[in-house]
Design a protein around this ligand. Structure first.
Ligand code: SF4
Length: 324
């Protein structure tokens, strides 16, 4: 059990708990922008505003927007004619805006600009005649969106080093690679290295596709995990960047749990635990972090310490039509 310094609050009755809070954590600039797009669309046009797919992977955010009048759908055929619709931060295949235009729907694209950047890279690589190897997780909306920027036979998905070994290409093929923005920095480096070993001719993106928020949150977990007995990550099971944070802590030998809300914490997890590391994925709001701190405070006398590993000041512009 980690007990790096005595907790004065132990004297107050409840056993002490040291809480190491990671910074940066929680909302990134792309999530902030996506939520603001829905909120501004609701203010400007009134409810309902339709949102294709969960705007960001967080139940609390989705429920809060629902209360304000957002209606979440999976496909455009669920959106009535004449309605306003927002596309989620993860990005959409090219066919989706095309379909919205064909139906003359008024749409706002909340795709994170860092995901859009990957889409544009894909177009450029195809223009150069390269076949793209895309590193990502099958079925994730961002992967579906990015793969939907090109024809089916122009991009091949790999999820692991083993997948690289099975690729049906040789050194004579013109190849490039791109990645999902929310991957594990360490796993991706291994897959890229396997690609470069097998295909020395392969060309990568100019700058890494894994976004600043994903890398910073993984780096921050590397700072809190070694001194913690348990790491709690606030995030949804379908949030790629949140699940990666759990993996980062576990790889450092610290047990980690993904929780959506404070109520998910089982008090039994605290047995024998003197220090908890706490972080939140890029789609989890700070209010959920405070909720967890309050919950832990019901059982223990909590002493908080924030361990900061990077500063973030990224802000993305809103679509022109939604700016006053
Ligand atoms: Fe954009 Fe990264 Fe946030 Fe995804 S996690 S919305 S890519 S900044």
């Amino acid at each position: 059990m980690n007990a790096p310094f005595p907790l004065s609050s132990e004297a107050e009755g409840k056993p002490g708990l040291q809480l190491l809070i990671a910074a940066p954590r929680g909302f990134c600039a792309g999530v902030d922008r996506a939520i603001e797009i829905v909120e501004r669309a609701l203010e400007r046009y009134g409810a309902p505003v339709y949102v294709r797919h969960e705007i960001v992977h967080n139940r609390y955010v989705v429920e809060t927007l629902k209360e304000k009048g957002a209606v979440f759908v999976e496909e455009l055929d669920e959106v009535p004619d004449g309605a306003h619709v927002v596309f989620s931060a993860h990005g959409v295949p090219k066919a989706v805006p095309k379909e919205a235009e064909r139906r003359e729907l008024s749409y706002f694209d909340a795709t994170c600009p860092l995901v859009s950047k990957v889409h544009r890279q894909a177009e450029r690589q195809i223009e150069k005649g390269q076949h793209i190897i895309f590193i990502g997780h099958a079925g994730h909306p961002e992967v579906i969106g990015t793969m939907g920027q090109v024809e089916d036979d122009q991009m091949t998905l790999v999820e692991s080093v083993e997948d690289v070994a099975r690729l049906p290409f040789g050194r004579e093929h013109s190849l490039s690679y791109l990645t999902q923005t929310t991957l594990s920095v360490d796993d991706t480096a291994e897959i890229v290295s396997a690609l470069e070993d097998r295909f020395p001719q392969i060309v990568g993106p100019k700058a890494e596709d894994i976004c600043y928020a994903t890398s910073n949150r993984q780096m921050a977990v590397k700072k809190i995990a070694p001194g913690s007995d348990l790491v709690l990550v606030i995030g949804a099971p379908n949030s790629s960047n949140s699940v990666r944070l759990v993996e980062v802590a576990e790889r450092l030998g610290t047990p980690a749990r993904l929780i959506q809300r404070a109520e998910d914490i089982d008090p039994a997890w605290l047995e024998g635990v003197g220090t908890i590391g706490l972080t939140a994925g890029a789609s989890a709001p700070e209010t959920l972090v405070r909720e967890v701190v309050a919950r832990l405070g019901q059982w223990r006398s909590v002493e908080e310490r924030t361990l900061s590993s990077a500063e973030e000041n990224m802000v993305f512009k809103l679509p022109r039509e939604l700016v006053d």
